[in-house]
Design a protein around this ligand. Sequence first.
Ligand code: TEU
Length: 576
Amino acid sequence: MDWHDELSWWQTAVVYQIYPRSFNDSREDTESARRTDGEGSVRHPAGRPLPGDGVGDIPGIVERLDYLADLGVDVVWLSPVYDSPQVDNGYDVRDYRAIDESFGTLADIDHLVDELHARGMRLVMDLVVNHTSDQHEWFEASRRGEEPYDDYYIWREGHDGGPPNNWEAVFGGSAWSYDETRGEYYLSVFSSSQPDLNWANSRVRKEVHDVVRWWLDRGVDGFRMDVVNFISKTPGLPDGDPDGNVVGSEHFIDGPEVTAYLRELHDAVLSEYDAMTVGEMPGVSVEAARAYLEAGLDMVFHFDHVNVGVGKSGIWDVPEWELPELKSVIDEWQSGLEEYWNAPYLGNHDQPRAVSRFGDESFREESATALATLLLTLRGTPFVYQGDELGMTNYPFGTPEEFRDIETRQYVQEALSGGERTFEDIAPAVRFWSRDNARTPMQWTDGSNAGFTTGDPWLPVNPNHETVNAEAERADPESVWHYYRRAIALRKAHPGLAAGDFDHLIPDHPSVFAYRRDGGRYLVACNLSAEPATVDLPWTWEGADRLIGNYPADDEGGPTLALRPYEARVYGAGVD
Ligand code: TEU
């Protein structure tokens, strides 16, 4: 069967996520430009370029497109670049039709689309429409009670001198904030500067449809939809289970109208375009995911694998987990969406670095490449997070002041507010989980600020950029970068790896993740531990070829494989 005829462009694609703030800074710091020349015009002191502003930007992305084309990725997903006060680094949108000045202009994004398309690549934007910024003009009008905006957000009277119900925000504290101007509480399930839109209001839904159409007409190729399973709330907003992890979340996750809203968005707008959609869905189950895919979404990001080992108290404990748990979660999703499509990922801008989370920093290259093998041989469309192709790791954070992320800062403040705990008590979990780990600047070179900026980077650069950087890795054929490149090329050459079925082997094995793909045409075996492991695998070894491996080949393979620490191999039988 010729898979190419069957699959849509986004099914054979490899997506690369860019966190624009941390990718590449190409723009001058206008403040320091003014400082250098008291007259306000720009002058280059003694032939030196002006320092960058320390924040990545869209022209900086354009500068690196050949790097991405060379890596072999097909689609770029940009975390939000819309106009925003940046309280949550752009996940708080002030204007959906404007670009934040720290990132560039609409002309810059048009140029980015053109340059991507010229290379046969596509652009997926982040659509953040569960909430807006509290500085969005809709919210400003809403808090003044102006029609029709008065009902664009979720406003309620207080209850017994407190908030309307017991719901908590994902970033801590009550999900309600009192607004003096309006004299009512508004709902915000992330931070108080991110008020939730009232999707029950058809005008709000129409506004979102218009935004989506506006961007598609501008030439973008799809959307990653931020927390899009949060848009429907239980009518009447009843109290949540007080023992819940995030109290009330059962009333704002996978709510009663959510699939209807997504179906409506699909039918009204998306169905007219050849666009790709992926919904980010904390707390989603396989069964709920099927309903979302039936409602017209192309893919869903679930959280079950990134939450392996996360206990009842949420993410602020260092997770303890065993490999069979991770394997079983991945199997559950691979098998459970057999009739649909998956969106595998191991890292993003909210998660620890994949090597630090699922691998081992002392086997950095081995574990980064083993994880690459896993990511790129699962069924679905894989999402590679920027820097993972270099094997970037968590940052050695020290004091609480070093963190920038609103989620981390709010947690630290809340945890220390009782006076019972010190920062050292919570530091291991904070250092492990902080979203800032994934947000340190991309490591381009071993030079100053890893070549990310000529100014002061908004977050410090990981000191390991001296060895972990794109320039050094591109010059070394044995590097993590080259392995990613080969694994991406392998996947492209074998669409059966993208679309064929997934058959889990040895599920109880404590250290080896092994599976067959595509009716047994492929065998993948990854030792995800620091100890050697020997396994017998049921597979057609006759005429089998080793397609890729992250160690030098030293045996012919099968049925008994002796795998070294974090060794990964892929075999094919009867494939070209
Ligand atoms: O993330 C949703 C989400 O659930 C995260 O808050 C996640 O659970 C947490 O960060 C884990 O530490 C999306 C965006 O990806 C995130 O960057 C935003 O902060 C959030 O929505 C609000 O828009």
